[in-house]
Design a binder for this molecule. Structure first.
Ligand code: URA
Length: 233
């Protein structure tokens, strides 16, 4: 799709409209090999080079990150080290912004998706779509007998809430380990569901989101996914 050159570069995080206009006018940008010094020129992103380099991910972004513990899903630096610091710094200045699809708590690890497509965020976080998310938890104690039925029953109301949690599948794996499948994403939901049954969650790791798994992606690393890979979810 043809875009205005200054708009394209500013939206990809290269700088403010003013800054990228200065770059263009200084001759740092070529289109199809020839210098393009008009910031208002309409260009095909794939034909642009900035200091000889192609534009940084000019299409829509979908990122799968293996979140390490100790990072928040927030753009606010006051909240501490952020998952966004694990991505290229330029992406912080993209418009539309790159955001997480739902959130994981600071100490939760595992599969986190990020995108700059807000429609994707809305679809994948809407309880209406019931996207299954699979978590592995390490508990502080053995859970009480019958907990699988409580999670699956659809009538567990968490403190401070009015609506019961949707049925959640719970599999006890032994050694205080459990696997939970949720189709919604309430605040601290896994921790609060276990807390309601007298257990606290010592470690929490998300291993699947819809059809996506982490594979052998290292903690703290990310990969780009095709934007349509969640179309069927
Ligand atoms: N449930 C939680 O309690 N924490 C998370 O990070 C995700 C689900």
């Amino acid at each position: 799709m043809m875009r205005r050159l200054d708009q394209l570069l500013a939206s990809l995080g290269y700088g403010s409209r003013r800054e990228v206009r200065d770059w263009v006018e200084a001759g740092r940008v070529t289109v199809r090999g020839a210098p393009q010094t008009d910031p208002g020129a309409r260009v095909e992103p794939g034909e642009v080079r900035i200091d000889g380099e192609p534009p940084d991910h000019p299409g829509e972004l979908l990122i799968l990150l293996n979140k390490p513990a100790g990072r928040v899903c927030s753009h606010d630096p006051a909240e501490g080290p952020s998952v966004y610091d694990l991505l290229p710094p330029r992406w912080r200045r993209r418009n539309p912004a790159v955001t997480t699809i739902g959130r994981l708590d600071k100490e939760t690890t595992g599969l986190l998706l990020l995108t700059d497509v807000s429609a994707l965020v809305h679809r994948l976080t809407s309880p209406k779509h019931k996207v299954p998310k699979v978590y592995r938890a390490l508990l502080d104690r053995d859970p009480p007998a019958g907990i699988e039925g409580v999670f699956a029953g659809g009538s567990l109301v968490l403190p401070g809430e009015e609506r019961a949690c949707a049925p959640a599948q719970l599999r006890l794996l032994g050694d205080r380990r459990a696997e939970v499948v949720l189709t919604e994403g309430r605040y601290h939901q896994v921790r609060r569901m276990f807390a309601s049954q007298g257990c606290s969650v010592a470690e929490l790791d998300r291993i699947r989101f819809g059809s996506l798994e982490l594979g052998n992606l290292a903690r703290g690393s990310w990969i780009e996914l095709p934007i349509n890979c969640l179309d069927e979810v």
